[in-house]
Ligand binder design. Structure first.
Ligand SMILES: Cc1cc2nc3c(=O)[nH]c(=O)nc-3n(C[C@H](O)[C@H](O)[C@H](O)COP(=O)(O)O)c2cc1C
Length: 211
C-alpha cells in the first residue's frame, strides 16, 4: 500500500504538519507496512500549468500526466500512481496555499485517473467553523468537486478551525498580539480533538485501501 502525503504548508512542526502527522499515525496503526511518500511542496521550485495542452494531444492519449519536465514531474507521477492521497494545507485567502493550487493544476488537468482512489483533504485555518462556512464554503466545496472528478471519489475532509499561529509575544504588532492569547486558550481546548479526527481519517483511508 502506498500513500502520498502532499503538504502545502510552509511551516515545519506547526498546525498543518501536526495534522498530517496524526493522519499518518492513523494509517500506520492499520497498515504498519504502508509506504508513505511525503511531498513538502515548499521544498520545490515549480510553476503551475503552462497551458501547453501537451497532456491533451491525441498522440499522448493513454499516458495520462503533465508533460512539463521540472522538479515535480516525478512527484506528480508518484501521486497519480498512489493507492491513496492526503493533501494538507493552511488556508490562505480563503483557499489552499498557492503551492497546492499550482500542484493541483498540473495533477488534475491531464484528466481523470484510470483507477478510483481514496483521497483526504486536511485544512487548517484561523477562522472558526461559522466563518469558514460563510466565506470559504464554496471554494472548499469546489476543491472536493474537482478532486472527485479526478480520482472518482469525494475526498474525506477534515478541518482544524481557530488555529494557534504564534506565541503571544511583544514582537508582534498590537493587532496580532491580542488574538494570540485567545487562540492559545482555544488551541489548548480543542486541537487535540482535531488531531484525533485526522488520525481516524488516516485509519479509515488505510482500511478502505486494504479492503
Ligand atoms: C498569508 C496568510 C493568509 C491567510 N488567510 C487566511 C484565510 O483566508 N482564512 C483563514 O481562516 N485563515 C487564514 N490564515 C491563517 C492560517 O490559515 C492558519 O493560521 C493556519 O492554521 C496556519 O497553518 P500552520 O500553523 O501550519 O502554518 C492565513 C495565514 C497567512 C499566513
Amino acid at each position: 500500500m502506498k500513500i502520498v502525503a502532499v503538504n502545502g504548508g510552509p511551516r515545519k512542526g506547526k498546525n498543518t504538519d501536526q495534522m498530517l502527522n496524526a493522519f499518518i499515525e492513523g494509517v500506520r496503526e492499520v497498515a504498519p507496512e504502508a509506504e508513505i511518500e511525503f511531498i513538502r511542496l515548499y521544498d520545490y521550485a515549480f510553476k503551475g500549468c503552462l497551458s501547453c495542452f501537451a497532456c491533451q494531444l491525441e498522440k499522448n492519449r493513454g499516458e495520462i500526466g503533465c508533460r512539463v519536465k521540472d522538479e515535480i514531474s516525478d512527484l506528480l507521477r508518484d501521486t497519480r500512481n498512489a493507492d491513496g492521497i492526503v493533501f494538507v494545507s493552511p488556508i490562505y485567502y480563503c483557499n489552499v496555499s498557492a503551492q497546492l493550487r499550482l500542484f493541483w493544476e498540473r495533477l488534475q488537468y491531464p484528466g481523470p485517473s484510470r483507477r478510483k482512489l481514496p483521497t483526504a483533504l486536511i485544512y487548517t485555518m484561523n477562522a472558526n467553523e461559522e466563518q469558514t462556512a460563510q466565506f470559504m464554503g464554496k471554494p472548499l466545496e469546489l476543491n472536493s468537486w474537482y478532486l472527485e472528478g479526478c480520482f472518482g471519489e469525494k475526498p474525506e475532509t477534515i478541518c482544524s478551525y481557530d488555529t494557534f499561529q504564534y506565541n503571544d509575544n511583544v514582537a508582534y504588532t498590537p493587532a496580532f498580539r491580542e488574538p494570540a492569547a485567545r487562540k492559545k486558550a482555544l488551541h489548548d481546548q480543542k486541537f487535540e480533538a482535531d488531531l484525533r479526527n485526522a488520525q481516524s481519517a488516516g485509519r479509515r483511508m488505510a482500511q478502505r485501501i486494504g479492503e
